[in-house]
Ligand binder design. Sequence first.
Ligand SMILES: Cc1ncc(COP(=O)(O)O)c(C=O)c1O
Length: 422
Amino acid sequence: MATGKRLINMVDWTKIRNDFPPLTRTINGRPVVYLDSACMALKPRQVINAMNEYYEQYPACGGRSIHRFGEEVSNAYHEARVKFARFLNAAEEAECIWTRNATESLNIVASSVKLPKGSKIITTSLEHHSGSLPFVERAKRDGLKIEIVKAQSDGTFNIEDWKKAIDRNTSLVSIVHSSNVTGTVAPMKEIVEIAHDRGTLVMSDDAQYAPHHPLDVQKLDVDFSAISAHKMCGPSGMGVLYGKLEHLKSMNMFLYGGDTVSDVRFENGVIIPEYLPPPEKFEAGLQNYAGAIGAGAAAEYLQAIGMHEIEKYERSLLDIALKRLCDMKHVQILGTKDINIKTGLVTFLVDTVSSAHDVATFLNDEFNVMVRSGWHCVGPFHYQMGIDPKKGTVRASFYLYNNRKDVDTFLSGLEALIEASK
Ligand SMILES: Cc1ncc(COP(=O)(O)O)c(C=O)c1O
């Protein structure tokens, strides 16, 4: 514990906050309090500068043109992949595929991984729609079985029910590592061990986990991981698919086209392509070079601060928020209150206000506090909990640039709303 405190103090969080230009803004004379990082994280100057440098200095196409700009962008694009692979501790950089977002990463696996006929996929009621629907549709497409294991009502992973569901016929499990609704962290190492024991592949949805916790794909031994760069201080519309090289090699392709081939012969009126190995296999067409460079810079930025420190710092903010929220009448928290198995977010209902959108609107209009309201693309868990998804829930999510004052403003705003709506 003492070590933890020392580590938190070693990072100058005020200096970090100053890296994020939008936090210097004032609206109606008041500072902004941004608590919607689980949806979209703010970007530090270091990421913005890396992307600007591409646009200002060498805004060309990578992997094709042999001129100077082409060479510079190819090098920067490769270097960004190396940085991301380092962030995940991937065995090889070719295991990191650039995608548009975590949704695309999940769809590539769901659509392209080879699964035996008649086998079963398992997922859970806590998945983001991007973690469940691609697999629901894959099961429909190929006539596979699909089983949905209900999360516990506090959002924790129901390991006992899941153990009953997984059998030797289960080819793949798709599991959200950290929930964007309850913030609960699934015991991924245990899940992987059990799954591999039965010959089952593990797709880990790390969209919320990767930005907030140390993620070591080799240590966890996951087969696939879906990551959203825009939730980890990277540019918007950028994601990563991590996959073990052997799986990426054996998978079907997702998109066909330019830059995926080593040769395309034309013989006897027939086109015969020879496809490249990963990562090119999954990166057809001209790429989002600025996006990849920004994502690499984001990974490097977070890693330099330290993911253990970020995790601890966020939990310290969450701890303050949770303690006060628990004492507030009319606030109902969704999910576990155990910060040791939680990412830095809290989702709740205010029983004096019928819609979550009204809570978010009040906090925004009166206090410049930006939180998220809605069903957070996790309809099944809202239905499971008997919450009308249309009225939704409110989510406040913390990140490395938030501070104690942000938490206090958020809680004061909520207290004012409850007082006004009683
Ligand atoms: C747990 C989880 N999985 C997947 C996604 C989809 O991420 P993206 O927007 O990068 O496609 C999100 C986005 O909120 C998420 O929270």
